[in-house]
Ligand binder design. Sequence first.
Ligand code: MLT
Ligand code: MN
Ligand code: ZN
Length: 299
Amino acid sequence: MRVIVLGSAAGGGSPQWNCRCPVCSLAWAGDPRVPRRTQSSLAVSVDGRTWAILNCSPDIREQIGATQALWPTGEARHTPIGSVVLTNADVDHVAGLLSLRERSGLTLWATATTARYLRQNPIFSVLADDVVEWRTIEPEAAFAPLEALSVVPFLAPGKVPLYAEAGEVETDRRTEATVGLEVRAGDKRLVYLPGCALVDEDVLERAEGADALLFDGTVFTDDEMMSAGVGRKTGRRMGHVPISGDGGSLEAFAGSGIGRRIYIHINNTNPILIEGSPERLTVEAAGWVVAEDGMEIVP
Ligand code: MLT
Ligand code: MN
Ligand code: ZN
């Protein structure tokens, strides 16, 4: 199995178009410690010829441009992308589908809940039904987005997409609105959880023994957006368990047996984005790698 991190940042990317938080300010200044990052997506392949995209970010066009394995080859129309798998219907995970509208055959895998959010919006019908096949995935039911690649979706603690929030929002419920993916090829197993509101026993059990865990690194501290003066929500309110603090992912996974542990879906306010920062050194000392765009992982 080959995995390429197409986009390592959370929604907004780094730097975010309208942000002057301390981390974005460094990125805007071109500080080499803070390379630019595009929004949340992975590409996975077994044979290196056909690829599945896990989440399809608004930056997909730029991501394909930066990743030669995803360029068309042969004559006329072609793409090495065979499938797109969605973990939720958040804008940063689905808006790129609109950039894949030029009539190449694709299979689009999503839970019934996620598909419903998309189908409610007529703009997604630009993915013509005669070329894009929508397939419903169900928790704990393995499916094969590519030959020789087996994926088991599982419910993850989370919430509905931001644009679907109404009234009192439950932020860490397990529903089909947010799934994690267990990805297997041969004897290798990767667990992908870009959105996870809570690390409980079930999450720990799922990650245990994985060759690689790609986990929600949205915020370092729960109140980071408030302290940076750029938001009013905590990480947990947004459906993202913080890295640090009580119940944070650093502490929760400390005793786990996991091959490679990698933070992805990192918000632009998160100081782990700064190479050499105390927060970056803290996660690295605990064995975590901070994902970068273009990083290749061979679990
Ligand atoms: C999230 O991960 O919390 C969402 O992508 C936020 C958003 O929709 O911008
Ligand atoms: Mn997101
Ligand atoms: Zn920022």
